[in-house]
Design a protein around this ligand. Structure first.
Ligand code: G3H
Ligand code: 13P
Ligand code: ZN
Length: 284
């Protein structure tokens, strides 16, 4: 199948009250793991590449691997730019065949975030590519800020209503208590805020920083309108743990395939588990 826009997958998720997993890829093994897991679960899936992933692997490699994997898959697969920050980068991704892009103007003042997102929506819409934007600042677990400082960065429901109306964006990433990376404690999600955003915004919501969020909290977020759940850190952990185990038990191993093969399998397992939690198994 050809790569499909994320908006198409999220529309179906909206109708079925589930969420589609969006998994970050940086290399061939993770691309293969994402599609293998989705096929094993009969699930639609989103493969996403950050600017860091594009810098590491090269945009041509990421796009070619995703196209090949999607072309062979029996389930729908999207290729999405994760946290794009410039108009130029978005256009490059579209030119290389990405079926969806995120424009993250969350560090900008509201009016500038709206202006940048509108510009991206205009171009992407013209070529059938869907757009995710971010309002509020999700940030990272490594950011040394207090809980109340983080709460000040949460998405404002009234601003979200204006933002969506002014930009025409397809989906919205919200800051409701999650952060990127490994949590030190257990994250507390602001469900009342999520519910309020949902009541004012009639498009699918996106949960970033979802690795390490308890399964029940993820399910509650999905019940409240989250339709795309982003996972990177849990894949990294499974991949590297597996590599470490192989190398510890056989320090003389010099065949990369003997190290990366089991890591790929470990990634498949963690992605399958997430897909089941998101309720997207057998929805392809
Ligand atoms: O949202 C962040 C993702 O985990 C991507 O991380 O920028 O290190 O590729 P990265
Ligand atoms: P985690 O690495 O915390 O799972 O976050 C992934 C993400 O939000 C990618 O945009
Ligand atoms: Zn993110």
């Amino acid at each position: 199948m050809a790569l499909v826009p994320v908006a198409q997958l999220l529309k179906q998720a909206e109708a079925g009250f589930y969420a589609v997993g969006a998994f970050n890829c940086n290399n061939m093994e993770i691309v293969q793991a994402i599609v293998a897991a989705a096929e094993a679960e009969g699930a639609p899936v989103i493969m996403q590449a950050s600017q860091g992933a594009i810098k590491y692997a090269g945009i041509e490699y990421i796009a070619a691997m995703a196209r090949l994997a999607a072309g062979r898959a029996s389930v729908p697969v999207a290729l999405h730019l994760d946290h794009g920050t410039s108009f130029e980068q978005v256009v490059q991704c579209i030119r290389h065949g990405f079926s969806s892009v995120m424009i993250d103007g969350s560090s900008l003042p509201l009016a500038e975030n709206i202006a940048l997102t509108r510009q991206v929506v205009a171009v992407a819409r013209a070529v059938g590519v869907s757009v995710e934007a971010e309002l509020g600042k999700i940030g990272g677990t490594e950011d040394n800020i207090t809980v109340s400082e983080r709460e000040a960065l949460f998405t404002d429901p009234d601003e979200a209503e204006v933002f969506v109306r002014e930009t025409g964006v397809d989906s919205l990433a919200v800051a409701v208590g999650t952060a990127h990376g490994r949590y030190r404690g257990t994250p507390e999600l602001d469900f009342p805020r999520l519910q309020k955003i949902r009541s004012k915004v009639n498009i699918p919501l996106v949960l970033h920083g979802s690795s390490g969020v308890p399964d029940d909290a993820v399910k509650e977020a999905i019940r409240l309108g989250v339709r795309k759940v982003n996972i990177d850190t849990n894949i990294r952990e499974a991949f590297i743990l597996s590599m470490r185990q192989v190398l510890l038990s056989n320090p003389g191993e010099i065949d990369p395939r003997k190290v990366l093969g089991p890591a790929r399998e470990a990634a498949v397992e963690v992605i399958r588990k997430k897909i089941r939690i998101f309720g997207s198994s057998n929805r392809a």
